[in-house]
Ligand binder design. Sequence first.
Ligand code: NAD
Length: 295
Amino acid sequence: MAKIGFIGLGNMGGPMAINLVKAGHDVAVFDLSEQAMQALQEAGASAASSAVDAVKGAEFVISMLPAGKHVQGLYVTGDQPLFDHVSKDALVIDSSTIDAHTAKSVANSAQEQGLNFIDAPVSGGVGGATAGTLSFMVGASEQQFAKAKPILDIMGKNIFHAGVQGSGQVAKACNNMLLAILMSGTSEALNMGVNNGLDPKALSEIMRLSSGGNWALEVYNPYPGVMENAPASNDYQGGFQVDLMAKDLGLAMDLSEQSGSPTPMGTKANELFKEHSQAGNGALDFSSIINQYKK
Ligand code: NAD
């Protein structure tokens, strides 16, 4: 049984922390939201009075926060930087999706203080967090990865070692940019086929089993009625929100600029999702991008 401090108990962090409690670990939690704290206490976690309190004596510290500024504030630049309170032999695992630049800079600050900080963003959404089947993309040394793995195994199914610190965030940005491109492209092809008299189910099946086959056609068809369990058949409720995809595309665009990597397809997908969000669709599932083509 490990002593774990867990900070950020939102849609993702809440169920992730619950899985650690269920696995028998001693989990001290903290969130700014009283309601989130209550839910975790009911699940068997101990409620800490502050983030500093949550990490006292912890062997592992895990954070699941909205963005880079929250992570930097919590550990380095806030009123009570946690790096002043984390024990020297603890491993700090940040699973938030943030920009790679901040992840590297926070890891450097940790190193300067003799501490271990790694990035381990996830893919799999709230469903994966609840079921303990997330994919983790980890930026860490071999040694840090080996130490983190048994803990990440409780919350996830696929635990990937992407490379050194920051690499997890790079992998996540690449994956989600590709996902946005695939979903947009699939929507584009389906809409054109339907406009030319094809049945969306028949066309989906043809493309799925031909060279255009991809993840969207396999498990997440954006056209309503083609796949019973996809968000498209449920008014685009649930799933992965447009605003979260827009956030991830923003991170991918930053990375593209910083590394001088041309991303014409990613740039177009970024514009499409931004426009879709600004039209009031931010809370819908991201496969609703097909409505941009139907207009
Ligand atoms: P969320 O907004 O539901 O939760 C964030 C939580 O952090 C909130 O409960 C908030 O009160 C808390 N918080 C913020 N600042 C804090 C601080 N200083 N101290 C303590 N608590 C603080 O967000 P989420 O959906 O759980 O997402 C978390 C991260 O995971 C984000 O980076 C997101 O991009 C990423 N992510 C989300 C999904 C998804 O489907 N929701 C999927 C993959 C990755």
